[in-house]
Design a protein around this ligand. Structure first.
Ligand code: ATP
Length: 247
């Protein structure tokens, strides 16, 4: 992404490092990561198992905090917020889509999507209205009253995407969101993700598949906790997906 890109920066990581554990067993999962995600931008993250992708996503989403460095979401410095304020910011601004959907089985599709807004104190009627709009956007309005176990995998993932985008959320973090889906359904999910980002959000997509990364504006490769921005051409991207040299 060139410095001249006029789109506002939504998420900004500067000098982010994360050490898991301490002493002899300490693992440096991230080392000095700088990353910007702009409004309207979907950035794919690729790298071998254990390279630090999930740690990066968790830190970007305020689920984990860096050992060093800063994480800004809009005008908020996420790491400097106390736990309560961080949880509120997460609920209001950040949507997650996981490989295993993480829907609550005892709630209908509509209730699953509405819940985060209700937890945020939005009146029930408004929350349900927002949930219907979000379900409609992913083509799930007709199945809103079904429970997750009455839906196919692809339908469940659509509900999970609606939940990730309900209300005013601006950042979506997707960790292998197509992992449990067949390839056509997986492409549908990525198309929805792309459409929502284009409509004014920012996104990070962890994926192992280059054809999924092709939905993103750019792909960053991570190896042993170090990000290699691939804005320039990478000669051998495949080599970056093979084994890391461990820790
Ligand atoms: N809570 C933790 N405690 C100790 N080490 C951890 C913890 N979480 C992650 N690690 C280590 O940090 C490194 C990065 O892990 P991370 O889960 O971020 O990698 P990843 O690229 O997402 O891997 P995968 O593709 O297998 O999910 C690994 O060496 C991992 O073992």
């Amino acid at each position: 992404m060139s410095a001249a890109d006029p789109r506002p920066v939504l998420l900004s990581l500067r000098g982010v490092s994360r050490v898991h554990g301490s002493g002899a067993t300490a693992v440096r999962a991230l080392r000095g990561v700088d990353l910007d995600v702009r409004i309207g931008e979907l950035v794919a993250i690729m790298g071998a198992s254990g390279s630090g992708k999930s740690t990066l996503l968790n830190i970007a989403g305020g689920l984990d905090t860096p050992t060093e460095g800063t994480v800004n979401l809009g005008r908020h410095d996420i790491a400097s917020l106390d736990q309560k304020a961080r949880a509120r910011l997460r609920r209001r601004s950040i949507g997650y889509v996981f490989q295993d959907f993480n829907l609550i089985p005892a709630l209908t599709g509509l209730e699953n999507v509405s819940l985060p807004r209700e937890l945020d104190g939005v009146p029930l009627r408004t929350a349900r209205k927002e949930a219907r709009t979000a379900l409609d956007e992913v083509g799930m309005a007709d199945l809103a009253d079904r429970f997750p176990d009455e839906m196919s995998g692809g339908q469940r993932q659509r509900v999970a995407i609606a939940r990730a985008f309900v209300g005013p959320r601006r950042l979506v973090l997707a960790d292998e969101p197509t992992g449990a889906l067949d390839s056509a359904t997986g492409e549908d999910v990525l198309r929805l993700l792309r459409a929502r980002v284009d409509a004014g959000a920012g996104g990070l997509l962890v994926t192992h598949e280059a054809r999924h990364a092709a939905w993103a504006d750019r792909t960053i490769f991570i190896r042993d906790g170090v990000v290699i921005d691939s804005t320039g051409e990478l000669a051998e991207p495949e080599s970056l997906l093979s084994a890391t040299d461990g820790h």
